[in-house]
Design a protein around this ligand. Structure first.
Ligand SMILES: Nc1nc2c(c(=O)[nH]1)N[C@H]1C(S)=C(S)[C@@H](COP(=O)(O)O)O[C@H]1N2
Ligand SMILES: [Mo]
Length: 554
């Protein structure tokens, strides 16, 4: 049966919300109108708004849980709102809500969002794009809130953006269905719509509501776990290094950072540090139950928990880690100060049996890396890291513990959320990526990158400042050269590296006449070996070739 016959046009003589039938009133009959069809359309418009925004918000929360658990759109907005509250209001809220203040606040926030969502639905149906603009504004509020949170990461912005875009698209689709069922200005000459349009709308709305509820439960569970781990992390304190000022590689020498516009910072902030994860969802590892075990070719298996690990004498060093997938000139590389316990000491506790040549490290997410045993035990300082740039490891970067092995690409060494070290052989075992066509030993290739000017940018003709980084972890860098338009190589000024395990900054002044120019860089490592000009793609063992950019001088 058609709804129109239940409560629709019949009630007002077939002209819902618009007794005159003229265009002027007909455009916006609903909010001001008291007619029943107008109310009905408003009601369903509000439902459309609610469902669209609910799905958007839930998708945003799930995205955050997956890629950036520390801060989600809802927790970001909530946190920003709490921070922005005058202290009196905050105290008042706490006194009323007591210990459940956080939950109560979250519920209140959801109610506010729900009301705004319903309004967005109503406005969107009254006048196209008004509701959409409203949602876009919430999206921007969410984005700003997320960006201004202390734990924010570059990836975190994906969640509010996705939430807003999805809500907007869904609202558009629901609106169309709704208006097919309950047109704003029904054509009096057209027979009342059959039940088909009504059925299609209600089906879509029902499906949407179902998706919102089911995904919402998932998001709530994911968030609860993430919040639990984040809170446990918050309670931990980063231990001090055993010998802070004397550790080589832990101190930045004077002049290591070149002050030149457009240069990447010498030390990459945690929030900007590149990320590579095979897992769809960032693992949330509970620090109280986390354990690291050493198994395989050892005299006795060892197991340590986090409290034990944190009590060990910690070393601190800057290490530049890089991804084998980094293209020439790419940004899958970052430099941080890591705090941790040398892997070789843990391996010594277990006692490595003769014949072993590899350590297969594994993680809660199923990722594994096969690291040459030698790299774990020689004096390069391979570490079980717990700290990154004076903070506990961010969850995304492996909290509570990960491996850092200077000189090797991440895929054969840098296991995050590490839980097991199996002492074994390359003949017996291979790491995750090595069984998928990538190499086995993953030694970082000598490389260099131009950071300023940017490729495709323009510069002022004349003497042009250029700068960038060069790296050859474990070997160090002894020389960087640049050339313009395939001319003579010209030696750049090379800043002192923090250690041979970090990247080095360099700068130069090159001469450019007005017009388009090519600019290239090459590095020589600490052993006098020139970076190869052979162009190679990342697979299977790392990209090579000179970073080449084009700029316009004018
Ligand atoms: N558990 C786990 N550890 C991992 C990975 C992963 O996918 N899962 N990726 C590896 C790769 S390929 C690299 S390059 C580095 C990146 O570390 P980051 O995400 O902290 O920059 O982590 C390594 N450790
Ligand atoms: Mo990687």
């Amino acid at each position: 049966m058609s709804v129109h016959t239940e409560s629709g046009p019949n009630a007002t003589g077939g002209q819902p919300g618009n007794t005159s039938g003229s265009g002027g009133l007909g455009r916006e009959p609903f909010l001001g109108s008291t007619s029943r069809p107008g109310r009905k359309l408003m009601f369903w418009a509000a439902v459309c708004g609610l469902i669209s925004v609910a799905i958007g918000v839930v998708a945003g929360e799930l995205t955050a849980a997956a890629i950036s658990p520390a801060v989600s759109p809802l927790t970001g907005v909530g946190g920003a709102a709490i921070d922005g509250m005058p202290p009196g209001v905050k105290d008042w809220a706490i006194s009323i809500f007591g210990t459940s203040d956080k939950l109560a606040f979250l519920i209140a926030m959801c109610l506010v969002v729900a009301v705004l969502a319903a309004l967005a639905g109503i406005f969107e149906v009254r006048r196209r794009f008004v509701g959409v603009v409203g949602i876009a504004v919430f999206g921007i509020v969410g984005l700003v809130a997320v960006l201004t949170r202390a734990q924010s990461t570059t990836a975190a912005i994906a969640a509010p953006v996705l939430a807003a875009v999805l809500a907007i698209l869904l609202l558009g689709a629901f609106r169309k269905r709704l208006l097919a069922w309950l047109p704003r200005n029904p054509d009096p000459t057209r027979a009342p719509a059959a039940g088909e349009d009504r059925r299609r709308f209600l089906q879509a709305a029902g499906a949407g509501a179902g998706v919102a509820v089911v995904a919402g439960i998932f998001a709530a569970v994911a968030r609860t776990t993430a919040v639990g781990v984040a809170q446990a992390r918050e309670k931990l304190r980063l231990p001090a290094p055993a010998s802070p000022s004397t550790t080589p590689g832990a101190v930045i020498p004077a002049g290591a950072e070149i002050k030149l516009d457009g240069m990447e910072p010498l030390v990459t902030p945690n929030a900007d540090f590149y990320r590579i994860d095979t897992a769809l969802v960032v693992p949330n590892v509970n620090p109280t139950s986390w354990k690291l075990t050493v198994t395989g070719m050892v005299d006795h298996e060892v197991e340590i928990d986090l409290a034990t690990l944190l009590a060990k004498p910690m070393m601190e060093q800057y290490v530049t880690i890089a991804c084998v997938s980094n293209e020439v000139g790419g940004d899958l590389i970052g430099n941080a100060k890591w705090l941790g316990w040398p892997v070789r000491e843990l391996l010594a506790l277990a006692g490595v049996k003769p014949g072993a040549d590899m350590v297969l490290s594994s993680s809660t997410d199923g990722f594994t890396a096969g690291t040459p045993l030698e790299a774990m035990t020689d004096n390069r300082g391979a570490m079980i890291a717990v700290g990154m740039n004076d903070a506990l490891l961010p969850i995304e970067h492996g909290f509570p513990a990960r491996l850092i092995v200077p000189g090797l690409y991440g895929f054969v060494s840098a296991t995050k959320w590490v839980t097991n070290l199996k002492v074994t052989t390359f003949a017996e075992d291979l790491g995750y990526w090595s069984t998928r066509g990538w190499s086995t030993h993953g030694i970082i290739k000598t490389s260099s990158r131009i950071d300023t000017p940017r490729d495709g940018g323009s510069v002022k003709a004349g003497s042009v400042p250029v700068g960038g980084v060069a790296w050859a972890q474990e070997r160090g860098i002894s020389k960087v050269e640049v050339r313009v338009d395939q001319g003579n190589w010209q030696e750049a000024k090379l800043a002192p590296g923090i250690s041979k395990d970090t990247w080095y900054q360099w700068s130069a002044q090159v001469q450019m006449d007005p017009g388009g120019h090519q600019l290239q860089v090459r590095a020589t490592d600490g052993q006098g070996q020139l970076q190869t000009d052979q162009v190679a793609p990342p697979a299977p063992d790392g990209a090579s070739g000179f970073h080449t950019i084009h700029v316009q001088a004018g």
